[in-house]
Design a protein around this ligand. Structure first.
Ligand SMILES: Cc1ncc(COP(=O)(O)O)c(C=O)c1O
Length: 421
């Protein structure tokens, strides 16, 4: 066992103990595949602002914010108040509520391609809702996605390239290389009559913030429209980049937009929005698409989400972006000082880091895998809460003092790494 693992294990005996108990009732001792890392993940007891505490009492500055969804950090008081107020009045009803309308209004006000919204309970579910709408529009069922895209655990392009393909897709899927408009056009020209929608991320988030030029999106949309298919833009992760969504940064108007993560204020949530004509397919009086969900639009989520969306202002977005830029510079310099290779891809407050001198192209095999695993564990052993795939983000709760402390802890992280490689 290396020194980093030893340090990690020494700090986290209660997490190790709980993992053994968890493994008896949860596969691999986890509720989510993405949070597992060797030798075991820590159990968190609480969070406040930019920090979380594990059950052994260690504090961590959080660079994960639960995969970006906690854009205002942990237990943000206005969100806590809104959620408590909503819960105290009853957590769910088979009826509309004011907070549903308020959250939908906030989204419609901000995202220019969105006239109406339907809520779901996760990003993955929102993608399915978008596909139901697309099927209602053109009565087709196949989809076209990009390599390296992730649209939730039902539609994950990584599985095509990995050893872990366990069977056929739930949705009949065509796949084309990210950023290659001609390849998308060719598939749409040949198979467009079978394709209900093209599903694209504005930036490949889970592949590490890989972008494509605006022209890629406009050409694919033109080809989709010509084929009678819809263009669905999946902003589940990147909506935090601009009050108008990543589509405002790209100056692009998709037919439908998938939202998730932050719009629930830290509670399970997803949403689909788009042009009135398309969204009205879900109108229970005049439409042909039934979209329900016992918990969809529940008052706790929508009350919390309304606060989260309204309080995500342009100055706060700019501040988070500046903080991540500073963090990137500090990490590059720390890595250089300790002789650890480093590269990064960053857009606004979202960044992915790699431990290679040259920035790798999108790839299903992580060539710096061993170093990434070591970095992640060293982060955990030095009080930085990171995620295994080395996505980095901050929240509006991250203060400049927190940032200084994060940079110090990351310097110790690189020092520990350097001693072990
Ligand atoms: C682009 C994108 N779509 C969909 C999802 C799925 O969201 P959820 O995990 O809430 O189901 C994610 C989650 O990371 C995502 O990044």
């Amino acid at each position: 066992m290396g020194a980093i693992e030893e340090k990690f294990r020494k700090r986290t005996p209660k997490s190790a103990e709980l993992t053994e108990r968890a493994a008896k009732v949860l596969p691999g001792g986890e509720a989510r595949s993405a949070v597992y890392h060797p030798p075991y993940s820590v159990a968190i007891e609480r969070g406040s602002g930019s920090r979380v505490w594990d059950i052994d009492g260690n504090d961590y500055l959080d660079l994960s914010n639960n995969y970006t969804c906690l854009v205002h950090g942990h237990a943000y008081p206005p969100i806590v108040e809104a959620a408590i107020r909503a819960t105290g009045k009853g957590s769910t009803y088979a009826a509309k509520t004011l907070s549903q309308v308020e959250l939908a209004e906030s989204i419609v006000e901000r995202v220019s391609s969105v006239d109406e919204v339907r809520f779901a309970n996760s990003g993955a579910e929102a993608v399915q809702v978008a596909l139901l709408l697309a099927r209602g529009y053109n009565a087709r069922s196949k989809i076209l996605i990009s390599t390296f895209s992730y649209h939730g655990h039902f539609i994950d392009a990584h599985r095509y390239l990995s050893e872990q393909v366990a069977g056929p897709d739930f949705v009949d899927t065509f796949i084309a290389p990210w950023g290659d408009a001609a390849a998308f056009e060719a598939i749409l020209s040949e198979h467009g009559h079978e394709i209900t929608a093209v599903l694209l991320e504005p930036w490949l988030a889970s592949a590490g913030m890989v972008g494509a030029p605006r022209e890629f999106f406009t050409r694919v949309q033109a080809a989709a429209t010509a084929a009678g298919a819809l263009l669905i833009l999946d902003e589940a992760t990147v909506y935090r980049l601009n009050t108008g969504g990543a589509q405002a940064l790209l100056d692009f108007q998709p037919d439908l937009t998938v939202l998730g993560k932050l719009i629930g204020g830290g509670f399970p949530c997803g949403g689909v929005g788009g042009r009135r004509e398309l969204m009205e397919l879900a109108n229970p009086i005049t439409g042909n698409v039934q979209i329900s969900g016992t918990f969809s639009g529940n008052p706790v989520t929508t009350a919390a989400g309304t606060v989260a969306v309204r309080e995500l202002t342009a100055p706060k977005i700019d501040k988070m972006a500046a903080q991540v830029e500073k963090l990137d510079e500090a990490m590059r310099s720390s890595a250089r000082n300790h002789g650890v290779p480093y590269s990064s891809r960053r857009i606004g407050s979202l960044m992915n880091v790699w431990f290679s001198d040259k920035l790798p192209a999108a790839n299903h095999v992580r060539e710096d895998g061993e170093l990434a695993t070591l970095f992640h564990l060293a982060c955990m052993a030095n009080g930085i809460f990171a995620v295994p795939r080395t996505l980095v983000n901050v929240s509006t709760a991250t203060s400049d003092e927190d940032l200084t402390e994060i940079i110090q802890r990351l310097d110790s992280t690189f020092e520990d790494m350097a001693a072990e490689i």
